[in-house]
Every structure is written in structure tokens, then in C-alpha cells.
Design a protein around this ligand. Structure first.
Ligand SMILES: Nc1ncnc2c1ncn2[C@@H]1O[C@H](COP(=O)(O)OP(=O)(O)OP(=O)(O)O)[C@@H](O)[C@H]1O
Length: 648
């Protein structure tokens, strides 16, 4: 192929403009990105060579070399990985294929500072070379192609790039960066080596640099022909915990996740037994923006005996833990395992269960340490001996669970419906707003506060906390001082339908079924309610008749104190709120006909009997109950007309 000039895809041009014009806060990351690409290229070669060993040619030892040339002002990153054909260079370096970067582009605001921060979070791979270079030359030959089919790709990082065929005996890729005038710092062995140590130490291949020696004659450092590894070249997860510092764990996480924030917690274990594997799992501090996409693949990379097999191995984590990041390295799976095969493997099932247990254990641990460390003096007046170290550790973890829950609590609830085996553990990890506690409360804490004689854990679901708190259904609970949990997450009602009891106590929605406060209601109240219901019977019959198209039933209730009426549904029915939500989301929702409950002691209800406007009042009562819980009358205009007629 003779020299060709091609244009970058519009998005690439836009991205390059941003990379080169933004104040880039941390230029060092270019090296991390390019070394990471080089290492990926070696992983790909190793993977393809599983079925075609000839691809190794005469260079089976995979490695990355980082070199620099002070005269030519270049830094070169070379790998002997899979390489690129000419077409691949055009496709991969001229367009943006990966969804992460596309997504990043769509979130650009135009504000330079903000956008520069965003780049930091996402990392823009190859293009980050243009942070320090005003020209990049990529020379490559794909494994398996003849030396005559090498490719040279050249670009100044503006609108276009050139490609031409070259002779290249060496398999793999060299990325040659021609440094900008202000990037001379990188023409320094110590500088490059320290960046590699900081960001790329975990890479499992050797990263080589030339040795340097003091030349007395020239009185300067000169590079020798001898190369040495400047990283540990040992996959981080394959090392023992003692050998890995917190900073290294955090940096490895950054590499896996592109998350600029440090993880909240991690767990690194070698699991032995009938299925052997190593797991290194991280709990992120921040939810990704696409957390709610259930098709989102799990953030687990799968390796088999250190050989990279695949990203996003969704079979290794249940869907409700899809936000966990990490690595699993299996000792048992075959190297040629495919996604389909993973779904069926018994080993994979064991790994998934092991991962789930581990994540839940990490969360339990964070939850336990969440509160400010309690006073250490026991009831017997004896003070526990707590070391300074323990105190510091407790203080470090305080508040982490609350932070975690704010980000991931709602998705964790999906586990109630998805992971029956761990339902109790998950239930223990849930937190809810409540009528009687500040902040969020655990079900166990609710139980500990239950009144004597209280037989259920009460909750209400609503669109938001204010609506939940002011809901008429809560009136009698408020009057009796009984705590009610306020559930306002969209998944709550669905999730709670899988949790009928907690630790032996049933959960009961206060908007479902007849309210039965059991022994919390005294005999007198019960009798009064029964008597009211009896005398009210004729009015009830008329109400039922008037509202027969709207209400499944009409009955007298003791759950109301200040409001005239409210709507409830039967146990097992969708709540009107859930039905409304499904409808709004365009999902099929069953037609729920609620039950109208009336407060026989309320002035408005008393007025019904003998009213000349009975039918209008009945409809108003129903529509107002609907409004009170955030719904809308079927026929708002008719409602307004009726109210106006009465007001006139
Ligand atoms: N050293 C290399 N050897 C072979 N192919 C490469 C090399 N560097 C880049 N590529 C190709 O160019 C593509 C784009 O690289 P880029 O760094 O922009 O994104 P990425 O590597 O896919 O994503 P990320 O950097 O987020 O992991 C890669 O997917 C790969 O196909």
C-alpha cells in the first residue's frame, strides 16, 4: 500500500482536540495507557496462540520495552504482542469503537476544566499519547503476517493520519512519541521508571528498560545495550497479600475500573478445595452511571492460570452484584473456555457462589464498622483494651457502609428476588428510612425497637419520603407510636414481595389488606370500631353502589385518624403506586381496583348520610384518597366540577 492520508472519525478529532487543548492535570498517565495497551496486545496473542502456536514465531517470551532517545526527543513503547494489520491500524486508531469512550464523549460539557477531569476518570487509551507528543508514529506487524506486511501509522493529532506499508520483521507494535517542547521531563530514565513503578507494576509481563551507566569521559549517563525489568512482572493477584501494599491494591483497582476514586474495600483470597481459584474483588465508592442497566456485564475479568481469558465475565457474579470489580484466576477451567461454556460449568457456579459469599461478607464487615466506634466501657464498668491501631481502623471504616448504601443500596435489593440462598444475609444488609429514626435503619434495629405486642414489621411504599410520611395510612400508627419503614426506591415493592418475613417476624405493608394491629389495639377501640361499622352499614352499601366502577370494596377502617378516607389493596395485589409506575414505564400493568376505606368518625363521612349530593360526595371522597397518595382521578375535569358544585 502506498502512502494514504485518511481523516479521523469526527469523534476522534473532537477527542484529540480536547486531549491536546485541555489543561491536563496528570500527563504521566499516557505511559500507563500505552503500557496497558501493549500488555493487552500480548494477552491477545497468548489467547490466539492457544489454537495456533505458530503465532509465537521465534519470540515466545512476551514483553514490553520502554525506550527513550534524548537526541531525537522520542519515547518508544514496544511490545511483541498481537500487532495490527494495516486495516486494523486504520480501524482501531482512526475510530472509536469502545463503548466506554463513546459514552465519555457524550458526557462532555464543553467546559474545559470539567472535561479534563472526566478524561482523568475514563482514560482515553491510545490518544492520551497526544498529551505529551505532537507527533505519534505507530509501527506494527500483526502476528502471522509476513514481514513485508508491516504498517506505519503517523499522525500529528489533528484532523488526519497517514498509513503506509513497511517492512517490519519484528512482530508486534512500537508506539513512537515525538515529545512536545514542554514534555522534555520524560526523556529521563528515572522519571519513566518511576511512572511504571507507580502505575504499571502489577502488569504480569516484564516491562524492560535499558540500563544506564555513568560515562566519566562524557560526564553523563549513557544507555547500555543491556535491558532489565523495571516492574515486578508478577500478576498482582498471584502475589501473597503481605507483598502488596494498599497503594498497589488501589492502583490496580484504578486500572481495572477507570474509577478515579479509591475503592471502599477489597478482598483478596486464594480459595482451595474442589474448585481452586484466586479472587480479588473490589467494592467501588461510586456507582457507575449505567448501574440500572441490567444488561450491564459484571466487572470481573477472568484469567485461567494467569492467562487472560475475558473481560466482563458475567457468569462469575450474580446480576445484583454487577457493580463489583475484580479479577478471578481459575486453576481448573480450560483455557479455551467460552462465554457459553462458562454458563454451564460447575466450577463457575462454585466460583460465583464463592464470590457472592465474599462480597456479602465484605459488606457485613463494613456495615458492622459503620457507626462511630462505640464507647468501650462495658456495663460492668470494665473498659475494653483497644489498641490505637484498632481505634484507627474503626475510625477509617466508619461511614463507609452508609456511603456504599447511598450508591448501591437499591441494586442490592434486587438480590432478594434473585438470590434466594442469601436472602437473609441480604435482608440484614438493607437499610430504610423510618418514621422513628434519623437516617436509615436496619431491619434488626427496627425489631429491637418494636412495641410489646407488635407482631409485624410495618412499611409503606410511596414515590418519595414526604408522600410516605404524610400518607393517611400512617395515621393510626402515628397515634399509637408504632414505627413504620418508609420505602421510596422504585424496586422496593417488587423486592419486598420476596421478603415476607425477617428473623421470624412478618413484614406487612400498611397499605395492603385490613389493618390488624393485634394486641396493640385495646378492647374498647375494637368494640367502638365494630359498632361504628354496624351503624354505618346502610351508608356503606350506598357507597359501594355509587363507586362500583372504581372500588373493589368499601369498608370502615380504624387506620385513619385525621383523614376521611384512604385507598388500600388486598394482600398480594400490586399497590396502586406500583401499577401507576408500571403504566408510566409503558409496561403491562394489571388493572388494580383498590378498596376504599372510610373513617366513620370524620365529619365529611358523617355528612354523607342524608346528603342530597351523596353520589358526588362519594366520588370526591374516592378521588381525594387517590390524590392523597400521589395518583390522579381518572376524570380530573369531572372531579373539579363536582367539587365546584359543592363549593358554590
Ligand atoms: N500496542 C498495541 N498492539 C495492538 N493493538 C493495539 C495496541 N494499542 C492499541 N491497539 C488497538 O487500538 C485499539 C484502541 O486503543 P485504545 O487504547 O484507544 O482503546 P482500548 O485499548 O480498546 O481501550 P482501553 O484503553 O480503555 O483499554 C485497541 O482496542 C487495539 O485494538
Amino acid at each position: 500500500m502506498s502512502k494514504q492520508t485518511l481523516s479521523f472519525q469526527a469523534e476522534v478529532a473532537q477527542l484529540l482536540h480536547l486531549v491536546t487543548h485541555s489543561l491536563y492535570s496528570n500527563p504521566d498517565i499516557f505511559l500507563r495507557e500505552l503500557v496497558s495497551n501493549a500488555s493487552d496486545a500480548c494477552d491477545k496473542l497468548r489467547f490466539e496462540a492457544l489454537n495456533n502456536a505458530a503465532l509465537f514465531e521465534d519470540a515466545p517470551n512476551l514483553e514490553v520495552r520502554v525506550a527513550f532517545d534524548r537526541e531525537a526527543r522520542t519515547v518508544t513503547i514496544t511490545d511483541n504482542g498481537i500487532g495490527m494489520s494495516a486495516q486494523e491500524a486504520i480501524d482501531h486508531l482512526g475510530t472509536i469503537a469502545k463503548s466506554g469512550t463513546k459514552d465519555f464523549m457524550s458526557r462532555l460539557s464543553g467546559d474545559q476544566k470539567q472535561d479534563a477531569q472526566l478524561i482523568g476518570q475514563f482514560g482515553v487509551g491510545f490518544y492520551s499519547g497526544f498529551i505529551v507528543a505532537d507527533k505519534i508514529i505507530v509501527e506494527s506487524r500483526r502476528a502471522g503476517l509476513p514481514a513485508a506486511e508491516g504498517v506505519r501509522w503517523t499522525s500529528g493529532g489533528t484532523g488526519d493520519f497517514e498509513v503506509e506499508t513497511i517492512e517490519r520483521p519484528a512482530r508486534g507494535t512500537s508506539v513512537i512519541l515525538h515529545l512536545r517542547d514542554d514534555a522534555s521531563d520524560y526523556l529521563d530514565r528515572w522519571k519513566l521508571k518511576s511512572i511504571i513503578g507507580k502505575y504499571s507494576d502489577h502488569i504480569s509481563l516484564p516491562i524492560l528498560m535499558q540500563k544506564e551507566e555513568w560515562d566519566a569521559e562524557k560526564s553523563e549517563q549513557v544507555l547500555k545495550d543491556e535491558w532489565e525489568a523495571v516492574n515486578s512482572a508478577n500478576a498482582l493477584w498471584a502475589r501473597s497479600k503481605k507483598e502488596v501494599s494498599d497503594e498497589q491494591y488501589a492502583e490496580f483497582y484504578r486500572n481495572l475500573s477507570y474509577d478515579s476514586q479509591a475503592p471502599l474495600a477489597w478482598s483478596h483470597n486464594r480459595v482451595e478445595g474442589s474448585t481452586e481459584y484466586t479472587q480479588l474483588l473490589y467494592i467501588p465508592a461510586k456507582a457507575p452511571h449505567d448501574l440500572w442497566n441490567r444488561d450491564r456485564k459484571a466487572g470481573i475479568k477472568l484469567y485461567v492460570r494467569r492467562v487472560f481469558i475475558m473481560d466482563e465475565a458475567e457468569a462469575l457474579m450474580p446480576s445484583y452484584l454487577r457493580w463489583v470489580k475484580g479479577v478471578v484466576d481459575s486453576a481448573d477451567l480450560p483455557l479455551n473456555v467460552s462465554r457459553e461454556l462458562l454458563q454451564e460449568s460447575r466450577d463457575v457456579k462454585a466460583i460465583r457462589e464463592g464470590n457472592t459469599r465474599r462480597v456479602l461478607a465484605m459488606l457485613e464487615d463494613l456495615a458492622k464498622k459503620d457507626g462511630v466506634p462505640a464507647a468501650t466501657e462495658g456495663a460492668d464498668g470494665v473498659t475494653d483494651v483497644v489498641s490505637e491501631e484498632e481505634k484507627a481502623a474503626a475510625a477509617r471504616d466508619a461511614g463507609k457502609y452508609t456511603a456504599f448504601y447511598a450508591e448501591f443500596g437499591a441494586v442490592l435489593k434486587e438480590g432478594l428476588g434473585e438470590d434466594f440462598a442469601n436472602r437473609d444475609k441480604i435482608a440484614r444488609l438493607l437499610r430504610f428510612a423510618s418514621t422513628q429514626a434519623d437516617g436509615l435503619t436496619a431491619l434488626a434495629d427496627y425489631k429491637a425497637r418494636m412495641k410489646e405486642g407488635q407482631q409485624a414489621i410495618y412499611y409503606i411504599t410511596a414515590d418519595n419520603r414526604a408522600a410516605a410520611r404524610n400518607s393517611p395510612q400512617l395515621e393510626v400508627f402515628r397515634k399509637k407510636g408504632i414505627e413504620v419503614l418508609l420505602m421510596t426506591d422504585r424496586v422496593d415493592e417488587w423486592a419486598l414481595s420476596f421478603l415476607t418475613e425477617f428473623d421470624g417476624t412478618p413484614l406487612q405493608s400498611v397499605a395492603k389488606g385490613a389493618v390488624d394491629l393485634g394486641s396493640l389495639q385495646d378492647e374498647e377501640e375494637k368494640k367502638a370500631a365494630e359498632a361504628a361499622a354496624e351503624t354505618f352499614k346502610p351508608v356503606l352499601e350506598r357507597l359501594k353502589e355509587s363507586l362500583k366502577d372504581k372500588a373493589k370494596d368499601v369498608r370502615v377502617t380504624s387506620r385513619l385518624v385525621d383523614s376521611p378516607a384512604c385507598l388500600v389493596v388486598e394482600d398480594g395485589d400490586y399497590s396502586t403506586q406500583l401499577a401507576r409506575m408500571l403504566k408510566q414505564a409503558g409496561q403491562p400493568a394489571p388493572e388494580v381496583r383498590p378498596i376504599l376505606e372510610v373513617n366513620a368518625g370524620h365529619a365529611l363521612v358523617k355528612k354523607l348520610e342524608g346528603s342530597a349530593h351523596f353520589d358526588d360526595l362519594a366520588h370526591i371522597l374516592f378521588d381525594q384518597a387517590l390524590l392523597a397518595e400521589g395518583g390522579l382521578p381518572d376524570d380530573p375535569a369531572a372531579y373539579v366540577k363536582r367539587v365546584n358544585a359543592l363549593l358554590a
